[in-house]
Design a protein around this ligand. Structure first.
Ligand code: SF4
Length: 337
């Protein structure tokens, strides 16, 4: 039996090369070793994009295309949509009784995400989304959750909820372990965190020309004014892209930059070419899947159906454990798959 893992994305925009380096690359490897479940967390988008629900379906299709075009394989992995698994909402409600408000208020990731959202006030759903995330995870009773360091508080919260439930009722949930990625994050073109909507990302769906133009505008070492000024690649975003996408040449680039023997324009041209070489097979695969919308539908429909079966099983276990099965009132009723 392969161990089960769950991870996923919010459909808030196209995925970028930072997502690839930070998680997608890892997922492609994981799908051979583990029984992988990938969730599209559409309800979670409501926390900070409540007024943009008309775009959600389009953005879900975009995420699916991104996954398929980088090589996440629905034959090996299971894709599903959060809102199509109603048991997640039931589990969220039950779990919400097991977490104190002060515990949620202390979560550093929620605080940071709220700060970055620019919202004036925090909703009940926003502050409580780690509870909903715990339900997303625990509904399939996984062994592991692949995460970046900033998501560790959420996994810890999920583990706490699973432990609390098991202690209060019965051992329904395994305590999932975090599976930390080894690759650091790529900065955006402006040096800040690369984001879907911060105008500083190179998207997996960008054309070669768009990539070239974006990199032309990337911020580099501000101390380099003249072409032969000595550079500081350790503080340059473009150099981080070399490390990620042009690794064999990165030591030479570093030396040349430090000695003032490579100008930023030439350096950017090299890295644009390497990123475009990396993206080209992804573009070809994207075009293939764009021409086959039935394949995309099948991937998400089959995966969601499979997760519905597991979710029914989980919620029946939860109801039994909590004495909410009411066998004396509804003898025949088990949630039908
Ligand atoms: S030469 Fe390259 S690594 Fe050095 S500062 Fe310019 S863009 Fe950055």
């Amino acid at each position: 039996m392969k161990k089960k893992i769950l991870t996923g994305d919010r459909p808030t925009g196209p995925l970028h090369i930072g997502h690839y380096v930070g998680s997608l690359e890892n997922r492609i490897k994981l799908q051979d070793e583990y029984d992988c479940y990938f969730i599209i967390a559409d309800f979670q988008v409501l926390t900070d994009h409540l007024r943009e629900t008309e775009r959600t379906e389009h953005l879900i299709k975009h995420v699916l295309l991104d996954w398929l075009s980088v090589g996440i394989n629905p034959e090996k992995s299971t894709f599903f949509i959060q809102s199509r698994i109603s048991e997640i909402a039931e589990l969220t409600m039950l779990f919400s009784m097991m977490v104190s408000l002060s515990r949620l208020q202390r979560n550093p990731t929620v605080k940071e995400e709220f700060r970055r959202s620019g919202l004036k006030s925090i909703s009940y759903g926003f502050i409580g989304y780690p509870v909903s995330q715990a339900a997303d995870i625990l509904i399939i009773r996984p062994d592991l959750v692949p995460v970046g360091e900033d998501q560790l508080p959420h996994v810890e919260q999920t583990r706490e909820i699973a432990r609390t439930f098991n202690e209060l009722f019965s051992n329904v949930f395994p305590i999932p372990e975090p599976l930390l990625g080894t690759v650091s994050r790529l900065p955006g073109l402006d040096g800040n965190k690369m984001g879907k909507s911060t105008n500083n990302a190179i998207f997996l769906s960008d054309t070669a020309e768009v990539v070239r133009n974006k990199i032309k505008g990337a911020i580099t070492d501000p101390a380099r004014i003249r072409v032969n000024d000595k550079g500081h690649p350790e503080i340059c975003n473009v150099f981080r892209y070399h490390v990620a996408f042009n690794n064999p040449e990165s030591a030479e680039i570093e030396t040349k930059c430090k000695k003032g023997r490579l100008g930023c324009i030439g350096c950017k041209k090299i890295v644009s070419d390497r990123i475009n070489e990396f993206l080209e097979p992804i573009r070809i695969k994207r075009a293939y899947y764009e021409a086959k919308p039935a394949t995309i539908k099948e991937a998400i429909q089959d995966g969601t159906k499979k997760v519905r079966l597991i979710s029914n099983e989980t919620i029946n276990l939860v109801r039994d454990a909590m004495h909410f099965d009411y066998k004396g009132l509804f003898e025949e009723e088990k949630i039908a798959a």
